[in-house]
Design a protein. Structure first.
Length: 160
């Protein structure tokens, strides 16, 4: 029963993270470019708000994924003795992708996002907003790629 709950949390965190990244970067932001230019403060733009909410969401999902993955491994370590050859190779590649996505998410959440947060308290950062939003889009695409590869390898490992 515990394994089922852990696997459910693991899969839901993956779905939320990938779904929110795809929605924001692949669907929402490109369609917003077709609309007339936003007039007013940059902190009220759709791209600013969506990336401001996206960064901590993806980071929290990655923390949940890492936590549930480690818990599952520790809980089921005896069942991993009879695995087919190649399992640990895939597992290593998956971990590299997870670590890459994790550090990209940390960079986006705690470095890029904080550069443009609280613009009313630090108005000198307003000139950094367009450049930082473009960087956040690029980092989100890299995170999405690493995360998708980790998900692919996780599904592939389920065959073993």
């Amino acid at each position: 029963m515990t394994n089922n709950i852990i696997i459910f949390i693991h899969l839901m965190a993956a779905a939320i993270a990938i779904g929110s990244m795809i929605f924001a970067v692949v669907l929402l932001l490109p369609s917003m470019k077709k609309l007339p230019e936003h007039k007013g403060p940059e902190e009220h733009s759709t791209s600013y708000k969506s990336l401001e909410l996206l960064a901590p969401t993806v980071f929290a999902c990655l923390l949940a994924l890492i936590g549930t993955g480690i818990y599952f491994l520790l809980e089921n370590y005896t069942a991993q003795v009879e695995l087919k050859p190649g399992y640990y190779d895939l597992f290593g590649v998956k971990l590299v992708c997870v670590v890459a996505a994790f550090f990209l998410s940390i960079y986006q959440t705690f470095n890029l996002r904080t550069r443009i947060a609280d613009l009313d308290l630090s108005p000198e950062n307003r000139k950094l907003v367009p450049e930082t939003i473009e960087q956040m889009k690029k980092i989100t695409k890299l995170t999405l790629t690493a995360f998708s590869l980790a998900l692919f390898f996780g599904i592939w490992m389920a065959r073993y």
